[in-house]
Design a protein around this ligand. Sequence first.
Ligand code: G6P
Length: 463
Amino acid sequence: MARRSLVVVANRLPVDETVRPDGTVEWSRSPGGLVSALHPVLIDRRGTWIGWSGGIDSAPDVPDADGIRMRTVPLSEADYEHYYEGYANSTLWPLYHDAVETPAFHRRWWEAYQRVNLRFAQATAEYAERESMVWVQDYHLQLVPAMLREIRPDLRIGFFMHIPFPPAELFMQLPRRAELLRGILGADLVGFQTRFGAENFIRLAGRLLNLTTTGAQLAVDGRIVRAQAFPISIDVDEMESLGRDRDVIARAKKLREDLGDPDKVILGVDRLDYTKGIEHRLKAYRELLTAGRIKVQDTVMVQVAVPSRERVEHYKILKDKVEREVGRINGEFGRVGVPAVHYLNQSFDRAEVAALYLAADVMAVTPLRDGMNLVAKEYIAARVDNGGALLLSEFTGAAAELPESYLINPHDLDGLKDTLVRALEASPPENRARMRAMRRHVRAHDVRAWATAYLRALEHPGR
Ligand code: G6P
């Protein structure tokens, strides 16, 4: 039989739009991430990517990106507000992240979520070749697998949840919880970041839908659905080559000079999201300065906070809180020309991020809950010099794979402070040994291995 072709379905298309000075539009493949991992497979399997272009009320013809066909699903202003900002990012996102902010439930958001999921399912049904594999991504599209199966039972359907899948106590709050589960169960294979996510899902499906479950398998309408962990990773080759790049190394040196050549640099790089524990990290730093355990002339902090979901209320509130805390720390501990926290509310290109990684003695990754956290893995991959140290929250998917990091509970501020100081003061051989072990792990588990393992399991369920 001919190899099955592959269709990836995700909320966003993996392309960036640039408008040239003459007004013409250019699309280029986004660097890093999922699309790099899937690129070889997509080329090999006549692949198509179906997603939203990022604009409102428009379905631009996005040209093939490096040989991958792009198909656009449009969103109206109302879809953007109720499906994307509403149901996806104000109901599901906070609920699935331990309800660290209170999820909101509105019926019009749910209606928009259904409507947009159906649009994605219909577009996929239209483009997918006979018996192809369709891989649906993330929490925005949980209804798509079942909707798609209904129209196209010939397809082999996979679903991967990039964010945590919550325990029953939280999931049960959802007014339309059974429908969401049934939506996901339209897939043949359901992937999660950790085994906890898979277990939560299997337990819920058994309890709420009375399905028979055996290990990782669920019996659904005479079909077998498997649910298991496939921890995602990063493009290790890309980060390693940036870590070795002369310009990046020179840039890292320059960054340290610009920071006033401190002994130590603590770095945070996050989307500005309330799940990331940015405030906890800043508070720990402030308390260490107050207690005199670290001094600004020796130890500075750089916090990159990439703008995200800026119209959503919780994100606006977070931005204010973070900026107030940065102002407070700099007001109290900075000097003219020497701030204590260098706060950058911007996004940077991959080379600049890699230079920041190389410049950092301690990378602080302190989420309250995170599906995986790829920044932690990128930092490790970039450190081809085996330098630096990783402070990592236990509540990230990455923590399960990186026991050699400095693990912390971000809610335990004293523990966070002590561990941060330990990471700053550890002997270079200790930190090198930890970094070497983590690099070995990340190199052996890059995003290509992830995609291959998942797609193999989807294509050959018995093996
Ligand atoms: C998380 C989600 C992704 C999402 C990304 C950026 O990593 O798992 O699906 O694309 O955040 O968020 P945005 O809302 O800008 O797509």
